[in-house]
Design a protein around this ligand. Sequence first.
Ligand SMILES: Cc1cc2nc3c(=O)[nH]c(=O)nc-3n(C[C@H](O)[C@H](O)[C@H](O)COP(=O)(O)O)c2cc1C
Length: 269
Amino acid sequence: MSELLDLIKTRKSVRTFDGNQISEEDRCSIAKYMEEVSNPFDIPVKFVLLDAEENGLSSPVLTGEKLYIAGKVEKKPHADIAFGYTFEKVLLHAWSLGVGSVMIGGTMKRELFEAAAGVADGEIMPCISPLGYPAKKRSVKDTMMRKGIGADSRFDNSKLFFANEWGNPLEISDDLADVFEMVKWAPSAVNKQPWRIICKDGVYHLFEKKDKGYDKPNTGDLQKIDVGIALSHLVLGFENIGKTVELEFLNPEIEIPSDAEYIVSVHIN
Ligand SMILES: Cc1cc2nc3c(=O)[nH]c(=O)nc-3n(C[C@H](O)[C@H](O)[C@H](O)COP(=O)(O)O)c2cc1C
């Protein structure tokens, strides 16, 4: 298994932390990474580290967290996709250091986090995450929550990846198996896995398969953030096997269900 696939598959949402601050070295590494990280949409996503106690921040689903990271982005087309893409890269970097996280878009007192993060006019702060070392054992509420959501499983490839048309399962060649495995294991709000990919004439077209209640005027569309996360795994996966990736917004001329939306197309060289 490649190091990247291992990183992606061992990452699980961490909601139970060991109660310690992260080391200065890990904090510096994350701080440096979040300043330098970019996305293919050229939409800057800004991150701030927030001390939990100093700012009076907590979440009912978490225990033992000492530090948070909040992400902010200007509200404009494709901002949610860029946000998910960029935030996921930061959280994967954190996990490569052993620092756990869980994206949180709902279970928090949003006003407190927005004030602490200094969200400006015209900006949104769709998600935050705690950062810390996982406790040895998950709390009961963490375990119950994971069970309720089915957090340890994902849809079958045949439900997510299509050839030429919506619903027609893609035959994934051995050399691309890891790439699609990485996409499949992307995290998503309530584990809804709203991304769909249709491969047509060698181009990968990404779509959002929408569930109700995830698109909010003040905080963006959480499921587009999910698609941004899946896109980051797709791009990282292709780059990991030496491919060059280019994104393009086009009209793929593919019929899709009424609850789906075209997002972006991925060219591979
Ligand atoms: C955009 C986004 C928003 C999320 N919001 C919350 C949240 O508000 N509260 C929470 O406990 N988990 C939240 N999660 C975590 C998901 O429930 C979790 O990623 C999913 O169940 C899969 O589990 P895993 O991350 O362990 O693979 C969110 C995840 C994403 C990607």
